[in-house]
Design a protein around this ligand. Sequence first.
Ligand code: ZN
Length: 639
Amino acid sequence: MIGTHSAGGAHRAPYPVPFLCAPTLCLAALLLLLPGCQWFTEPPMHKPDPHSYSNPHETRVDSLHLSLKVDFDTHTLSGTADWFPVAGHASKLILDTYGLDIHSVAGDGESLPFQLGAHDALLGQSLEISLLRPTKRVRIHYSTRQGARALQWLDASQTEGKKHPYLFTQSQAILARSWIPCMDSPGQRFRYTAEVEVPPGLLALMSAENPTETRADGRYTFRMNQPVPAYLMALAVGNLEFRSLGERTGVYAEPAMLDRAVHEFADMEQMLATTESLYGPYVWGRYDVLVLPPSFPFGGMENPRLTFATPTIITGDRSLVSLIAHELAHSWSGNLVTNATWDDFWLNEGFTVYVEMRIMEALYGPDYAAMLSAIAHADVSEEVKSLTASGKEGKTRLAANTAGEDPDDGVGPIAYDKGYHFLLLIEQTIGRPRWDAFLKAYFADHSFNSMHTEGFLARLDSLLSETEERRIGVQEWVYGTGLPMNCPPPNSGRFVAVDSALSRWRAGDSSALPAQLSDWSTHEWVYFLRQLNGRDSLSATFLDSRYGFTGTRNAEIGCVWYQWVIRSVPELSTSRALNSAVDDYVSQIGRRKFILPIYKALKESGQAERAVDFYKRARTNYHSLARHSVDALLGWPNP
Ligand SMILES: [Zn+2]
């Protein structure tokens, strides 16, 4: 059940356990007293979640049945949520809600008293239901309100096809409660079924077994047989079509986008098989991808069986499919073994970036993966520098402390790329065979369970010898700030070639650069553009005319190019062509990773008014998560 390497029976000093609840500390203390005993390898059962009002330690619910009607006129969902069976010793069931109208609550058909707690801007309201007697099923009649935070309603004009409206959800981190009354904690899992009614002609999809054809009556049923945490609840409704890519994989998209998506994701079936060969069977049945409209706030969301993906990865040259590898990797790290609380988020994302890199290496070779790894290194180095400079060094710890804060703020290079480099260092220290065996067993042993940092460290302790542990500096990596000195350095031959082309070009040899854009991958261009400095600004017009960066359809390249021009090339930055390209860019794309740095570049280069001018037009196209971040950056009134 645990890793291959034993500590040899000797008892070793335990890790600090700063977040363990009191009963666990007692258990740990007891184990320490037992002669010759091994450090425990199972995580404690319960760790309080500072982002949920729910009471799973008192009252459990294992399954959900949703019955919802989707109303595009009022932008609301309404219907019932049935939770069952209700088990435990408490006389109340407490769920999380955010802005829901609760119409009535019944237990086994009989009306039950309930109370909504005070509204908290971050956590919403608790819904406390009194259980008068043993109850098998609790039914909640409810509806969402306009502006529900997880839901994004798009008019027909905001879609690719321009004919039908569109709805999609984004529940991570704590937004599921804004469309389902639930125990909204990553440590709590449940199975679900659903009936969803939508306007005729539209297809509804969930993170579940999905239909592939539109039904004339607009009624769909769904089933998710494996238990999932609430942040993986997902729904999308639109004019969508399905195309199979392989035996277990396929893609859903608006008809106008489908051919391009099928071309881009051609390797998906092979990607699935590759990941299985590394980390064990894929247990979710199908793996499909839904291509969303451009306003989706993230690159992708790993909703089980159905990844939600941004269309900004469809570049025509398959150069950004690492995002699909990332979301697929979540089928093991995250969806199968889940962070117990948002403080442990790095366990989801650090592992996922690591697995993503391994998939990319297996499919496209070490040279290719080394570019992705070097970009991750640059991202985390920059983030550490910027957090440290702004006095937020504490935010560079892997083991986070997010109580009282929005866990969504933890989505960034620390959890992802510092986490990845820690795992890469372990791999490099102990060798792949041992590390791979450990990971495979880790995923298998903790399937459909949650894991917190201390639980993982206890397990890691059983793998590593004391010398290895010291060499890696496990404690410093997890609880320390910054990037430890032994962080594996970037090592990309293809980027070294870009560096050399850049120096030759700077020395006057313009033939050192590629003749055309397609001669380099997106990653090489991103790396190249990131190296440009103030001196290079004299050549901005040359670069733009040779490669057509302004107005590019490649959002990754556009993002870096526009930032550089805004910050370093004032003549070009204020040109009509660039102004309209940036305006189009931020109003058509809602992916936070792309739009936020553009607004930031404008603000920091003394063009805050221009940023606000763009934002005024673009804001309605953004999901609440993206709005939240840009509002804060620009000091938007009444967010
Ligand atoms: Zn991820």
